[in-house]
Design a protein around this ligand. Sequence first.
Ligand SMILES: [Mg+2]
Length: 397
Amino acid sequence: MKITDIRYERLEGVYELSAGHAVARQVGALDIYPEYRQRGSRHPQPTAGSDSVPIREAYVFIDTDEGITGLFGPIYEDQTFQIERHLRPHLIGQDPLAGERLWDILSRQDRHARKGYMMMAISAVDMCLWDIRGKALGLPVYRLLGGPTREVVPAYASALGFAIEPEKVYEQALAFKQEGYTAQKWFFPHGPGDGRAGMERNLMIVRTAREAVGDDVDLMFDAWLGWDVNYAVAMGRAMAPYQPRWLEEPVPPDRIGAYAEIRRLAGIPIAGGEHEYTRWGFKVLLESDGVDVVQADPDWTGGISEMVKICALCSAYDKPVFPHGHSVLPALHLIAAQSPETCPMLEYLIMFNPQKQWFHKVKYMPEGGIVRLPEEPGLGIVLDEERIQARTELRWR
Ligand SMILES: [Mg+2]
């Protein structure tokens, strides 16, 4: 089999927002500047009187001479440029089933291919190659990876975007529990720029969520790169009585020494790694003893091929991997083929993962806190033509 072409398409349609969709903002790295702190949510908001928003998503297609096409998305359009400009010359005419060789070549073809958008582009190509392999052999990807290790995969409810007023947190946290989720994650709105009042509002979320769910549900909290060491240590100590399962990404990802310091002083488990790349990035993170929980994202860190290596590394360090939930399918296939000790759960962003699957005919969403495994060969992405109102080929040539 040989790769004959690589194509990119921008799909456009109208996304129907779920009832009560109003997106709360979360703290971020830019919040140290007042003008950025005052910005609203970066997520789509309904306009007055409407419950739908325009949606556009990019997909990559890798064609072969045997009529099998590997498909992956949604991805950022920046990734499609990287694939076209840097990766395409190393892929056309090559055997798509020899994915290990191609990953190695793609990671060596440019000295800047270590991290960031170029590694995200390599990740998207890797997904397409797994999709081709699955379609060629007539098996879902998790079977090619040696799974399933379980019949279904448990998911945790990730509450990014949900309202953070105490009564709403209480109501929603209880609702997640009643739906069957055994774990849930909340996002902090405030950081060091918001003073003691902001810290108190952050703590109110922790307190309220714990009151709502009782002791038998895991609660996780995400600071999304928005804090510094002192703030994270103070928050960690104040959160400790509420027994959080973890505090996530308290500081930007390259501050590895800071992670280790926070972990030593805060008195609660620390999670990180959704913005880390490849086995070599995770090796440094693990050696630094900076995290209790690893959150590599298959869509960004190097694809499913690289995730398998990262999982092996993490299992040798006895650190669980809870893959970050940028999209559902790659993480689902991976988790279904790893020991439940290595990959306990899927992250499901209740408000945003349905949006990422808007153009997919078959959707993977938790029911009762668990997700069924895909049956289609390959990754299982089948585009729903009825939802695609416009399709534009992205041409970088
Ligand atoms: Mg996160």
